[in-house]
Structures are given as structure tokens and as C-alpha cells.
Design a protein around this ligand. Structure first.
Ligand SMILES: Cc1cc2nc3c(=O)[nH]c(=O)nc-3n(C[C@H](O)[C@H](O)[C@H](O)COP(=O)(O)OP(=O)(O)OC[C@H]3O[C@@H](n4cnc5c(N)ncnc54)[C@H](O)[C@@H]3O)c2cc1C
Length: 552
């Protein structure tokens, strides 16, 4: 049952909480808050739920954390009843799951689809946010939760002549709802991050010819995707309490896996090789968990990087192509590691060509071709697998105005500043889910999303119980946290890569390491301790006068 909105003076609908976005974060946030009796309005710019899985419909799109773990844990009935078909479910199935959750928990009545939040302004007199949407309406809310997603602002590259291209141009992060058939076409794909790596083999199997434009080669591990058997599902289901506990409290990345007990240099060559080989055969993201120092020690990291480079060299038959596909300019794992199904194998096909645009940058896109290094690569269709303005991109597109008329974009001009990745000084009662300064994209996002949603829901409940009016990060706490996030990042090899974690894929974006690398377990503990100490580091105020839209 959803609590009814109040109507504030002036006629605007007044809610306790406005949530922006109806991906997995926004959906669970709505469910939690509604369960506590709050009135909630969710605005979603798409015309359906699912966020990432609503937008990213490109061929080959699937999760890279195993589905039995990349799923909600908040409802045991849900996790017991939903049958994942494969080890890594494909996008259509994950979207079906999101829709199932929306129906099962009756979320749709409180979500307004096809509506963008354009602006949110804080009124210091009333401590109320006014939220203006693309349909020209304004509602008010005591709290605003940004569940806008870390990888939801698709980045269109600025390439000369792009608009002049005669054929269709697709972005993997904003793919048409109808399947695209590349049969018999000459296709070009720009970008070899996770989306490019997933789509290349699938497009290559259909297209007459596929030209892959690569700026930076990636380390990618075979997924070894396969159908899930009933026994495999049962094994997870029977052990879910422990698997979920481990993922939340112990794992650094929110994934249940064996923890390494030694560093890469503690083993001799043969032993090390056989451990890497075993994980390579097992497949998936846990390759980086073979040893406990791969993210910390360059010499240790080199052993894993060499192993993967060697594998690429064995798979790809043309030595020149293999060399181009072997990453050498950053440590393995310091850009999000990819997992694939037959990505490197695709370059053995006679209809696939690799073009190195680091050496021969794209000069121009012509009506029928991509010109690089003075050569015209003729194509009929173009795929942009160019990623996202990660972590801050979707937040930055909303005009958020806090205390003293300061905008969040002004405050974050030199890079995002938050306390715990959850709130930012000057923006009371405004929460971000999986924001910069939290483990976020370095983790199984389901684990991080659920943790943030629970923490925010508890904080809002705490305020209601004590009749508190505003909650806001304190400057000292924020500064200390920002320094801590940086300090931890620089104890690792991560900042050595030009990655989207660093904002390096967006020209002009400040170079700071955005996610918190301290691990989801330790991070959760910090958040819990902060809450247990009465939200230490957050200033909470009582209302001096009756509020116009009170927390019900
Ligand atoms: C191809 C791909 C594969 C991925 N695979 C994995 C994986 O295997 N494991 C993993 O942990 N993570 C994965 N991720 C990360 C993934 O984004 C998260 O796991 C998770 O889906 C994020 O959920 P969310 O609700 O936080 O954000 P999103 O799913 O991005 O949802 C945010 C929603 O907010 C909406 N929105 C944004 N701004 C506004 C606005 N101003 N007004 C209205 N609506 C707005 C967007 O339309 C979007 O629907 C993947 C990401 C991509 C792109």
C-alpha cells in the first residue's frame, strides 16, 4: 500500500521522498520506503523499469557477475522462486526479472515513466526540495534519492563527420527496442570496453564484415557461460544465507568466492601457472582473486597480466593482430576486467578486421566509411560501444541546487566530494545510491545497492522517529572521507590506468579516482558504525517551525 501524497500550499503534490530512476536501486528504494509508510514518487525517463537492462539491449549483452549472485537478496521468496537460466543471464532475461520484481511488489503505481527529473531545488526556509520534471510539473519532497545509475549516461564520442554518416548509428547503451539485424551488412564498431567485447562475436556471426576500431586493448577472461542446472540452482538456494552474508560482510567486491591466502610471488612458476590456468578454465571475474596482491604489487600483477597476454597470443592466429589485442599500458584489473564469450576467437574469422586507432586515430566519419590513418573503411552501419560518463554523468545532467544557491555541478567541478558516497555538504536530505566515494562499480552492484538502500531507509526512519528536519554531511567528515578514499586508491595500482574509474574517458573531466576501493565488507562496517553512533559526521536539525510537507 502506498501512502498518499500530501498537497502542499500552492497545489504541488508533496511527497516524503522523490526517487530519481527505476533501475534496481530505485525499485528497491521505493519498496523499502513504502514498507515504512512513506509516500514516494519515482520518476524514470525510460518507459519501463530495469535501468541498465532496459537501455543496454545490444547483441550479447549479459551480466558479468553470476546471476545467482547478481540478483536481489532482500526477499528470500524472490530468490527462491526465480529460475535463472544461465550462469550469466542475457539482458532480456534480466529485464524480465526486473519486470517480475515490479509486478510482484506492485511497484508501478508509484513510478511515473517517460519523465525526466530536470531540476531539484532546496528551499532553506522550509527544508523542502522542489523537483521539476520534463512534463513541466513540480512536486515537493522532504527527501530526494538519486538512483540515477553509475553507467546510465551513454557517451557519444565527438568525432568529425559523425552526423554525416548515411547508415544507422547505434549506441550500445541506448539500443533500439526492436532487434537489429546485421545480416549481410558491413558493420563498424568503435570501442572495445565491456559492451564492445560482448557484442563483437555476436555481430561478427551475422555481419558480412565487421571492422573493430580499438583504442585500448582490454584484459578479458572467458566467461564459460553455460545453462544452469536445477542442481546448481539448488546448491545456491540452499546456501543463500551464507553466500549473501559472505558477499556483504567479507568479500571486497561483493562476490562469494574463495579468498586467496597468498600473494602471486609466494608460489613458484609452475604452481602459479597452474592456479591461473585453473581459474582461466573456470572463467569469470574471480580470476583476479587467485592471489591477494594482484591489485597492490606491480610485480605480482605482471604475472597475471603475462598469463592473459600469453593466452591471447595462443588464441589469435595472426601474430600482428594478437599483439594489438594484448594490453601493455596498464596493470591487469585496473580497468574493469572484462569477461567474454569468444571475443579473441572472433579475430580469427575472415570477416573481422581490427583497426588500431591509437596509432591511426579516426580522422573523420564519411557517409559510407570511417577514415583512419588515411584509409577509408567502408561500412553500412556503425555501432558506438563508447561507454558512459561514469558515476557522475547522470547526476550532473540534473540541475541540483542546494544551500545558498550552489549547484552540485559547481561543488563537484574539481571532482565529486561526498561523505561515504551517500551525501554531499550543502545538499541536505539529498542521498545518492552507489555514488562516488562508495564501492559502487568496483563491486557486485546488487550488494552495494541493497546496502545503500537499507542505510538510507534506516536514516530516514530514524529522522522521522525523532522528528528531525534535516540531515546533512558535515564538512570535516566529508573532507576526511574524500582524503581517505584517495589515500586508499593510491595504495593500489588502480590509479595507474586511464580508466573510467578516473574519469579518463571523458575529455576535461577531473582526474580523481571515484569509487571507494576499501572493499564492500569494511565499507559496510564503517557505514553501520556511523549510524550506530547517531549518524556521526552528519548534522541533523529539528524543525524550527511547522513543515509544509512533513515526514508522515
Ligand atoms: C552492459 C552493462 C552490464 C553490467 N553488468 C553488471 C554486472 O554483471 N554486475 C554488476 O554488478 N553490475 C553490472 N553493471 C552495472 C549496472 O549498472 C548495475 O549493476 C545496476 O544495474 C545499476 O542499477 P541502478 O538502479 O543503480 O542504475 P541504472 O540501472 O543505471 O538505473 C538508473 C535509472 O535512472 C534513470 N535516470 C537517470 N537520470 C534520470 C533523470 N534525470 N530522470 C529520470 N530518470 C533518470 C535512467 O533512465 C535509469 O533507468 C552493468 C552495466 C552495464 C552498462
Amino acid at each position: 500500500m502506498s501512502a498518499q501524497p500530501l498537497t502542499a500550499t500552492g497545489g504541488a503534490e508533496a511527497y516524503d521522498v522523490v526517487v530519481v530512476g527505476a533501475g534496481f536501486a530505485g525499485m528497491y528504494m521505493l519498496h523499502r520506503l513504502r514498507g515504512q509508510g512513506f509516500s514516494v514518487r519515482v520518476f524514470e525517463q525510460g518507459d519501463g523499469v530495469g535501468g541498465t537492462w532496459y537501455w543496454n539491449r545490444y547483441p550479447g549483452a549479459r551480466c558479468d557477475v553470476e546471476s545467482m549472485q547478481y540478483s536481489y537478496s532482500f526477499s528470500d521468496e524472490l530468490q527462491q522462486e526465480w529460475d535463472w537460466s544461465e550462469r550469466y543471464a542475457p539482458q532480456p532475461e534480466i529485464l524480465r526479472y526486473a519486470n517480475h520484481v515490479a509486478d510482484r511488489f506492485n511497484l508501478r503505481p508509484d513510478i511515473q515513466f517517460s519523465t525526466r527529473v530536470e531540476r531539484a531545488m532546496f528551499d532553506e526556509d522550509t527544508s523542502i526540495w522542489s523537483v521539476t520534471t520534463s512534463d513541466g510539473k513540480t512536486v515537493t519532497a522532504k527527501f530526494v534519492v538519486l538512483a540515477t545509475g553509475c553507467l546510465s549516461n551513454a557517451r557519444k564520442p565527438d568525432i568529425k563527420g559523425l552526423e554525416s554518416f548515411n547508415g544507422p548509428v547505434y549506441h550500445t547503451g541506448n539500443w533500439p527496442h526492436q532487434p537489429v539485424d546485421f545480416t549481410g551488412q558491413r558493420v563498424g564498431i568503435i570501442g572495445t570496453g565491456s559492451s564492445g567485447i560482448q557484442s563483437v562475436p555476436v555481430i561478427a556471426a551475422r555481419a558480412k564484415h565487421l571492422t573493430v576500431f580499438q583504442r585500448t586493448p582490454q584484459f578479458s577472461i572467458p566467461a564459460r557461460n553455460a545453462p544452469l542446472t536445477a542442481e546448481e540452482r539448488k546448491k545456491f538456494r540452499d546456501n543463500y544465507p551464507e553466500i549473501r552474508r559472505f558477499a556483504r560482510e567479507v568479500a571486497r567486491n561483493g562476490i562469494y568466492t574463495e579468498l586467496p591466502d597468498r600473494g602471486a610471488l609466494d608460489d613458484g612458476d609452475n604452481e602459479r601457472r597452474s592456479r591461473y590456468e585453473a581459474r582461466w578454465q573456470y572463467g569469470g571475474l574471480t580470476f583476479m582473486s587467485v592471489y591477494n596482491n594482484l591489485a597492490l604489487d606491480k610485480a605480482a600483477n605482471d604475472t597475471a597480466a603475462d598469463f592473459v597476454r600469453e593466452k591471447i597470443g595462443e588464441i589469435v592466429r595472426n601474430p600482428a593482430t594478437a599483439k594489438l589485442l594484448q594490453p601493455t599500458t596498464y596493470p591487469i584489473g585496473t580497468k574493469r576486467i572484462c569477461i567474454d564469450t569468444d571475443y579473441f576467437e572472433a579475430f580469427n574469422r575472415p570477416n573481422v578486421t581490427l583497426v588500431d586507432i591509437k596509432t591511426d586515430p579516426i580522422e573523420e566519419i564519411l557517409p559510407h566509411a570511417v577514415r583512419s590513418g588515411g584509409k577509408d573503411h567502408e561500412i553500412d552501419a556503425l555501432v558506438l560501444a563508447t561507454g558512459f560518463d561514469a558515476m557522475t554523468g547522470s547526476v550532473a545532467r540534473i540541475d541540483i541546487i542546494g544551500r545558498n544557491g550552489q549547484t552540485l555541478n559547481q561543488k563537484w567541478a574539481e571532482g565529486p566530494k561526498t561523505y561515504l558516497g551517500l551525501m554531499s555538504v550543502g545538499f541536505p536530505n539529498l542521498f545518492v545510491i552507489t555514488g562516488p566515494g562508495s564501492p559502487s562499480v568496483l563491486s557486485n552492484m546488487m550488494v552495494s545497492i541493497e546496502q545503500h538502500v537499507d542505510w538510507i531507509a534506516d536514516a530516514v526512519g530514524y529522522m522521522r522517529d525523532r522528528k528531525l528536519d534535516t540531515m546533512e554531511a558535515e564538512t570535516a567528515a566529508e573532507e576526511k572521507w574524500v582524503a581517505h578514499v584517495n589515500e586508499v586508491a593510491y595504495t593500489t595500482l588502480y590509479p595507474q590506468a586511464d580508466s573510467w574509474y578516473m574519469g579518463a574517458n571523458i575529455p576535461g573531466k577531473p582526474r580523481i579516482f571515484m569509487p571507494y576501493i576499501g572493499g564492500v565488507g569494511p565499507y559496510r562496517q564503517i557505514c553501520n558504525e556511523v549510524a550506530a553512533k547517531g549518524y556521526e559526521g552528519f548534522a541533523m536539525t529539528h524543525a524550527e517551525q511547522p513543515r509544509k510537507a512533513a515526514v508522515s
